[in-house]
Design a protein around this ligand. Sequence first.
Ligand code: NAP
Length: 249
Amino acid sequence: MRKLAGWNTHLEEVLEVVNGRIALVTGAYKGIGYEIARQLAAKRLHVFVGARKVTEGKQAAESIAAGGRSAEFIEIDVTNPESIQAAARAVASRVDHLDVLVNNAGILDDTKGIDELDDDTFLQTLATNTLGPIRVTQAFLPLLKRGSGASIINVSSGMGQLSEMGETYPAYSISKTALNAVTRQFAAVLRDQGITVNSVCPGWVKTDMGGPEAPRTVEEGAETVTWLATEGPRELTGQFLRDRQTIPW
Ligand code: NAP
């Protein structure tokens, strides 16, 4: 088992039953993020359950940890640089490396077409879905560099595919196209350091964002992220995937 800084005896015992690999998932108290965190914990990773809502985040971590899994809450608002830095410091005080970062937190606030799109909606969407993952990745890079072949996974969307781009949800779609570019940039920078960076589209999933008509379950939506984080091919980097297959940008 890899060395973990500052763990008490109980947590060291818990980590005896996990495989020493450690993950952070943002926006993880509900929806696809919660399910990714749950699946990673079930695969015996220790999971930091990231959320900006403290009560909900703690409840989610407790629920994932029930039954002998290893999970703990970490407060993180991906639009707030101070919150991100505080989260990075808190995680660094608990563990000495990170193997998986899932940038999952996201918003879809569009109510108008691009011809009427207002600045606030556009900027807030970019701040959450695009700049958030850049800042979070930067803040956790020192820990990721100490991981064993770390994986960064950006939860993107088919709505960001330029090849399929239409007129719906302009701020959201553009933010995910830009997130895919963020994936390419980090993948290029980190390729020689053994850190993979990919975008994953979960499909249309039944969540608060996806709505009740969505055909996919959260289990199905989370599956490719979990696969990539735990058993996906190490040479796979700088790609956009859905259902374990690469898809066009
Ligand atoms: P969801 O149920 O609405 O969950 C979104 C999560 O992100 C919530 O936990 C939310 O917490 C969190 N979040 C939003 N802004 C945040 C911030 N500034 N800091 C921290 N957390 C924040 O949506 P979902 O369907 O599970 O979506 C998860 C990811 O999948 C998103 O990136 C989304 O774009 C992507 N996706 C979803 C679908 C779909 O069909 N559902 C399809 C393609 C891609 P709060 O309650 O605090 O806002």
